[in-house]
Design a protein around this ligand. Structure first.
Ligand SMILES: [Zn+2]
Length: 242
């Protein structure tokens, strides 16, 4: 046990030191001291975003949280939420034009780009934060398969391009997507680093798989399933029954 704790500590230190080397992480960590405007608890916006937009942004966050509550029963996560107003600023804060959830050992950040003011995108990223909080940093980084992480987030993301019929998926595709591993690094995990069409297909398959698995469990609470998976292994809980 002592040895295990040492390994955890070492991993945290590694994550901390490598993380600090990235300026986007420093940007996120110091957002409260920047010229970004705090418009509501934990919500910061680019100073270039017009004041008339603030109300819409706060409503968007509340509506996205409500969508998660309606689908999965609760939402407890309190990430720092940052809205940027340009591709350049989004990149500086470590995301793309749409958005992403970034999990760090001490906090989670959900950062949106100029095209991220959309309820599907916001609910998707907030659910990543919720999953991160429920499972804890170590589990999400080292045990949570990316296809499950994305498939769960897609359950509150209703963009049409990600919706497919389960019968269109063949076994090879299922095997490929479910073996993409746990790395959330865009350039390393094949889930995120293929052609644009293939990446969209990966999201479609993950969504359809998780929808089917949730039905197998009679739509039992997802957070309970995640908690069980944390203890019993993700591959044992998130599996298709024939
Ligand atoms: Zn996602």
């Amino acid at each position: 046990m002592k040895h295990f704790k040492k390994i955890i500590l070492l991993l945290l230190l590694c994550a901390l030191s490598s993380s600090l080397l990235h300026s986007s992480i420093i940007k996120r960590m110091t957002v409260e001291f920047s010229d970004f405007v705090l418009i509501s608890k934990n919500i910061y916006v680019d100073p270039k975003i017009s004041e008339s937009e603030y109300k819409n942004i706060v409503s968007l966050i509340n509506d996205a949280k409500q969508r998660i509550i309606d689908r999965f029963g609760s939402f407890k996560s309190t990430p720092i939420i940052i809205f940027t107003n340009s591709s350049k600023m989004a990149k500086e804060y470590g995301t793309n034009d749409f958005g992403s959830a970034i999990r760090l050992p001490w906090n989670q950040y959900v950062v949106f780009g100029p095209k991220g003011q959309n309820i599907d995108i916001v609910a998707h990223e907030l659910l990543h934060a919720e999953v991160g909080d429920r499972l804890g940093y170590i589990t999400t980084q080292f045990k949570l398969p990316v296809w499950i992480d994305e498939g769960v987030a897609m359950q509150v993301d209703y963009r049409k391009k990600y919706l497919i019929d389960f019968s269109s998926i063949n076994q090879n595709e299922i095997d490929r997507v479910t073996s993409t591993g746990t790395s959330q690094i865009i350039n390393i995990n094949p889930f995120f680093s293929d052609t644009r069409e293939q990446i969209i297909r990966n999201y479609q398959i993950s969504k359809a798989l998780i929808t089917k698995i949730l039905k197998q469990y009679s739509n039992s609470p997802i957070y309970e399933m995640l908690n069980r998976a944390k203890n019993e292994g993700f591959e044992n809980i998130f599996t298709l029954q024939n």
